[in-house]
Design a protein around this ligand. Structure first.
Ligand code: FAD
Length: 392
């Protein structure tokens, strides 16, 4: 198995690095303001790299898996605003250009590409998270429309979204994965209401409940065939093989943790040289190194054309644990300074850098969700047990 980059990939890596340094100097702040994100989005659009994951014919770069990996790694290491375009760019667009009609592609992809339309993902429901196929939100045909009734929960950024892509039940069949359809719904349609969910951070940052009360959705807003939505939604998840493990993000966080620990007094020395803290730091660094190798191994297998494996579950499981552990060490490093918690400050994104620990505390709390969102760690362990370890 080849874990090293080829000469052309190394050249590509250098070009990417030069581009990032030219447009996003290393002195840029760790936390970004909205203005930083908008500036970066304009730079990427001008370069044609905003939709770096998409095929060329839809306005993307046409990069192969290794090139995408190099890009994701370089941007994360440089700390530039990541994953601009959110759920529309990364989750809906692949479904649109793989399964959508030409009319749907030309109607919806441009708004995702130029970031003018915000999308949210309406999959989970009360009682249907890990067991997603148990969704109960109903869509019943009425001539040229579906009438949608039900609710979605944990819907990230629904309060800011223009549209929502939803899994809905169009038929109740014996196999619950059957009879699910994939609908695109304009959030301004009468009958939709959004309620904020206040999270462990003590504020409403991203999560919401969305309620549908006799919402009329034109039939042309259904992706693909009626009853086949499960296939469209799930099929693409198996292709998301890298970037699951937050490796570059964790490397960058660890570098910062080391810098802060080196400035934090501990007895006659600094925290970085305190035996107990140094051991914890070393443990997480070893885990991260193992994770990085696993990610490269997954990439090498995928690049050689191997079928998707359950390895992504290992990346998701270990990646979330490493990330959470690093955020715990930041809290340990902050010590008593971890206690003050400024909610107003948390909402003022432009002044994040003012308090070096405030972001770490909110990150620590928010990182608890890394082992839940996108498939819980218990579910990943089940997958690893069955499909990797072949346990009965
Ligand atoms: C920050 C965040 C953002 C999210 N954003 C979105 C979004 O934008 N759109 C969206 O649709 N959803 C979103 N979700 C929802 C997310 O997909 C679900 O939370 C996740 O799938 C788990 O479902 P659940 O919360 O219903 O928990 P449950 O499935 O009810 O699980 C509860 C507990 O039981 C365990 N469990 C469940 N089944 C098994 C099993 N078979 N074996 C062993 N243990 C099991 C779980 O691991 C967990 O500990 C988000 C969640 C979070 C935390």
């Amino acid at each position: 198995m080849k874990l090293n980059f080829s000469a052309s990939e190394i050249l590509f890596q250098q070009q990417i690095q030069d581009f990032i340094t030219a447009h996003f100097p290393p002195t840029a702040p760790y936390a970004h303001s909205r203005a930083d994100e908008q500036r970066w989005a304009a730079v990427l659009n001008a370069q044609g790299w905003a939709a770096y994951q998409w095929p060329r014919q839809f306005g993307g770069t046409g990069w192969d898996m290794t090139q995408k990996y190099i890009w994701e790694r370089a941007t994360a290491m440089a700390g530039v605003p990541a994953r601009l375009g959110g759920m529309g760019m990364f989750m809906l667009a692949p479904i649109l250009y793989t399964f959508g009609s030409e009319a749907q592609q030309s109607r919806f992809l441009p708004g995702i590409l130029d970031n003018s339309i915000n999308w949210c993902q309406g999959y989970s429901e009360p009682g249907a998270g890990s067991d997603l196929a148990s969704i109960r939100t109903r869509a019943v045909r009425d001539d040229a429309h579906y009438i949608v009734n039900g609710s979605k929960t944990w819907t990230s950024y629904a309060h800011q979204a223009d549209w929502i892509f939803c899994l809905v039940r169009t038929e109740a069949l014996e196999r619950k994965q059957d009879g699910i359809s994939f609908l695109l719904i304009d959030m301004r349609t009468p009958g939709i209401s959004v309620q904020p969910i206040v999270t462990i951070e003590g504020k409403h940052s991203s999560l919401n409940s969305v309620f549908f009360d006799a919402v009329r959705v034109p039939i042309e807003n259904r992706i693909g065939d009626e009853g086949c939505g499960w296939r469209y939604a799930k099929g693409l998840l198996t292709h998301e093989r890298t970037g699951l493990a937050y490796v570059a993000d964790s490397i960058r966080r660890l570098q910062r943790l080391r810098r802060i620990a080196a400035q934090t007094p501990a007895g006659l020395t600094t925290l970085l040289h305190d035996a107990d803290f140094a051991r914890k730091l070393a443990e997480v660094e070893i885990d991260l190194l193992g994770l990085e190798i696993t990610e490269l191994r997954t990439l090498a297998e995928a690049a050689s054309g191997a079928a998707p494996s359950a390895q992504s579950s290992i990346l998701k499981l270990k990646g979330s644990l490493v990330l959470q552990r690093i955020t715990e060490l930041f809290v340990e490093c902050a010590g008593l300074q971890a206690l003050p918690y400024n909610l107003d400050g948390l909402n003022a994104r432009d002044s994040l850098e003012a308090d070096r620990f405030r972001t770490e505390i909110s990150t620590y709390l928010y990182a608890r969700s890394a082992s839940i969102a996108g498939g819980t760690n218990e579910v990943q362990r089940n997958i690893i047990a069955k499909r990797v370890l072949q346990l009965p």
